[in-house]
Design a protein around this ligand. Structure first.
Ligand SMILES: *Cc1c(COP(=O)(O)O)cnc(C)c1O
Length: 456
């Protein structure tokens, strides 16, 4: 797709729209000195040039990739108008687009009569889900696995809720026996299950978690900020994700968070929270002299903790979902190559004399470390960091990121690595661009080569 053509089209259409309102009325106060702008723009360009090349498969580090050009065009087209999705008056068109996009996300996870909206990101979306958790079960706490995103602890603190940590098993998934014991204490109102942990992409056994939680009278929130869109692949006949049961069980949970700015091709500023029961809207009741709820139709600001929110984010997501629908052959086909690459790479790592697999990936995140004759966490920590540094400094850089794994995580896995440190760095590569599949062979040989050189 020709991005510049579509960007110009968005600008042209916006100008044509403004012309309906007569001759432009412009004040000199906002006029710009083009030379000053030229100079500042050059400095901006220089600053941006210091970024890692997130767009290229040689960047296989953190969960970052540029938005799809379709999302950029959708965002820009709406941003020129700047609707606010807080209230229908601020953004009638983009409110409808948000409702439609949120409805599609709800359909993906299997919520029949959902309530939901977009947010600034996964953290805000999870905050809303935990807020509803507190209002539903005011005197009870939250259970989340040791591998859950760190912001759950922060947000529980903010909400004045107790958070109980459930240990993770050898796959990095929530330990079910430990959860059962914790639920038996009667102190848990909501269990947070993760579909795709940030560290290793592990998918908690959501199907058994829901059963255990229901037996104990507890709710279940699914943090699928990273992994949510993999739901599209779970029922494929060739089972690219293995067991579909955890994914199917999301439809039986109380709330879900999905981040379109992670695997939904969107620019940052786009998370989503969905509730299965629309009645939770009652917890959001508020009254404000500034807001201008003029119609009987519900306004998104009435079911959101945030006030102003970009209608442009809704427009970008909506436009993207028209071109990449939420099906296995639509957006699913953008996620599938990364998953295939992760599976293929794990097999290469298991056969490699130079590198070792830390754990089998559930999604498209691969964790590994350079083989070291000294089987201690201290040795792994040193060579992992050294290999990452070595790959990134050359004129032909490869960016793999490091992550930390605890002594417990090491000793639970059959790695034969002694726990001489509380935690150690390992390598963690997120293969979230389809191009990773094409680049995998090159990346793996390069890593093997550098690991060999490191030992010499
Ligand atoms: C990224 C992530 C979050 C936080 O989302 P932000 O959009 O960065 O605020 C929460 N949970 C999981 C599992 C994540 O991967």
């Amino acid at each position: 797709m020709d991005l510049s053509r579509w960007l110009l089209r968005a600008v042209d259409e916006h100008e044509a729209w403004t012309e309906q309102f007569g001759e432009p009325v412009r004040h000199s106060a906002t006029a710009v000195d083009e030379r000053q702008l030229e100079d500042a723009f050059q400095r901006l360009g220089k600053a941006l040039a210091t970024c890692y090349p997130f767009f290229h498969p040689r960047y296989a580090g953190q969960m970052i990739k540029p938005p799809h050009p379709v999302a950029v065009v959708g965002q820009l087209a709406a941003m020129l108008v700047n609707p606010n999705n807080h209230a229908l008056d601020g953004g009638p068109a983009t409110t409808a687009l948000e409702e439609e996009a949120v409805g599609l996300l709800a359909g993906m996870v299997g919520f029949a009569t959902p309530l939901g909206h977009l947010t600034g990101g996964g953290t805000m979306a999870n905050l809303e889900a935990l807020f509803v958790a507190r209002e539903s079960h005011p005197h009870l706490g939250v259970a989340a696995s040791a591998e859950a995103h760190y912001t759950h602890t922060r947000m529980c603190h903010l909400l004045g809720m107790q958070i109980h940590q459930v240990p993770a098993d050898e796959h990095g998934r929530m330990d079910q026996a430990a959860l059962r014991e914790l639920l038996a204490t009667g102190r848990v109102g909501t269990v947070v299950a993760t579909a795709g942990t940030t560290g290793t992409g592990a998918v908690d056994p959501i199907h058994t978690i829901v059963d255990l939680a229901r037996d104990a009278g507890a709710r279940v929130h699914v943090d699928a900020a990273y992994g949510g869109f993999f739901r599209l692949l779970a029922d494929e006949p060739d089972r690219p994700l293995g067991d579909p049961d955890p994914w199917r069980a999301i439809s039986r949970c109380d709330s879900v968070v999905v981040d379109p700015h992670k695997h939904g091709l969107q620019p940052y500023g786009c998370g989503a929270v969905l509730f299965a029961d629309p009645e939770v809207a009652r917890f959001y009741r508020h009254d404000s002299p500034y807001t201008y709820y003029t119609s009987g139709r519900p306004h998104l600001g009435e079911i959101s903790l945030e006030c102003s929110r970009p209608g442009a984010a809704a427009a970008a997501l909506w436009l993207t979902l028209q071109v990449f629908p939420l099906t296995a052959s639509g957006l699913g086909s953008v996620l599938a190559p990364g998953r295939r690459a992760a599976v293929r790479w794990s097999a290469l790592l298991e056969d490699s004399p130079e590198l070792e697999l830390f754990q089998q990936p559930d999604l498209d995140i691969v964790t590994y470390f350079p083989a070291t004759p000294l089987r201690t966490m201290g040795a792994v920590d040193r060579v992992a960091q050294a290999l990452s540094d070595r790959c990134s400094v050359s004129s032909d850089p490869l960016y793999v990121s490091v992550s930390r794994a605890s002594a417990q995580a090491f000793t639970k896995r059959p790695l034969g690595v002694a726990a001489d440190l509380p935690e150690a760095r390992i390598l963690r590569s997120v293969l979230m661009k389809p191009e990773a599949e094409i680049y995998l062979g090159q990346m793996h040989s390069r890593l093997e080569e550098e690991a060999r050189a490191l030992r010499a």
